[in-house]
Design a protein around this ligand. Structure first.
Ligand code: HEM
Length: 244
């Protein structure tokens, strides 16, 4: 199979997994947990998983692989930098809204904030993501950013990008698990360990999330799928090395 065909097959599977994650999380919260509203009740909490999975997982995961799509290689890198940054900004916006949903809900029903392992990992993920976005915008999009800063930032940016994805996957899995334990064991219905339909469905969402993450990491790990550096970009790199 030609490398680009292999890429597109993997990429389409990755897109499908992302869409399935969105479908599953929305169905879970609307079918079993009463749907959505913004009034400080449990229906407001329901926005939290949906917005976090959409923003910090699916949109973020797609934004990190955007440079790998072969048809973008013939176009200007700057255009795709803007697409990458735009998707990241949208992902941050959805995540902040998702956090507002849960903090507001906690305030409404007098639940303390930031007590669980999930919330600690989650808040670190969002803080790190914000930091990464500010540094990335300043370093790679501001025309006045010095070359030494860009070249120092690049490996850190790549490392942080992967770290955020791992943290985001961890947050989603721990959030699903915590929510199932809290809701199913705290009511008179069937407990979690009797594996009611809701638990089967939400566990499957967890598996889809992990599969999506593995596909994104798979795409990132294949060197042949990296955007080839053009001559101009190479000159830029040489200049950068000379200046350090
Ligand atoms: C990237 C994904 C996620 C991040 C960054 C994240 C982050 C957070 C944070 C920071 C809190 C604390 C809010 C507070 O203390 O008031 C929280 C609460 C909560 N989240 Fe998430 N979350 C994510 C995904 C999910 C998912 C998919 C679920 C599944 C239902 C979930 C379930 C919960 C629950 C039940 C709480 C309330 C209990 C607690 O504070 O631990 N989260 N989340």
């Amino acid at each position: 199979m030609r490398p680009s065909v292999f890429f597109y097959v993997t990429y389409v599977l990755c897109l499908c997994l992302g869409l399935l994650c969105l479908l599953f999380v929305s169905c879970w919260r609307s079918h079993w947990r009463g749907g959505f509203s913004w009034d400080g009740t449990a229906q407001q909490f329901n926005w939290h998983p949906v917005l976090m999975v959409s923003g910090l997982l699916v949109l973020y995961g797609n934004a990190v692989v955007v440079y790998r799509v072969p048809f973008t290689w013939k176009q200007k890198k700057h255009t795709w930098k803007l697409v990458h940054a735009g998707l990241m900004l949208l992902a941050l916006l959805l995540s902040v809204l998702g956090l507002c949903a849960v903090f507001d809900f906690h305030r409404g029903v007098h639940i303390p904030d930031l007590y669980s392992l999930h919330s600690w990992v989650g808040i670190c993920t969002v803080v790190m993501f914000t930091f990464q976005l500010v540094l990335g915008l300043a370093g790679f999009l501001l025309p006045c950013s010095p070359l030494w800063f860009r070249s120092t930032l690049k490996p850190v940016h790549i490392w942080m990008g992967k770290a955020i994805l791992i943290l985001s996957l961890t947050s989603c899995i721990s959030g699903i698990n915590e929510n199932l334990l809290l809701t199913l064991n705290g009511t008179n219905g069937e407990p979690y360990n009797s594996l009611p339909m809701e638990a089967k469905f939400a566990n499957s969402l967890g598996i889809l999330i992990v599969a999506f993450g593995l596909f994104v990491f798979g795409i990132l790990s294949i060197n042949k799928w990296q955007r080839p550096e053009t001559d101009r970009e190479n000159v830029h790199l040489l200049l950068t090395e000379d200046s350090t």
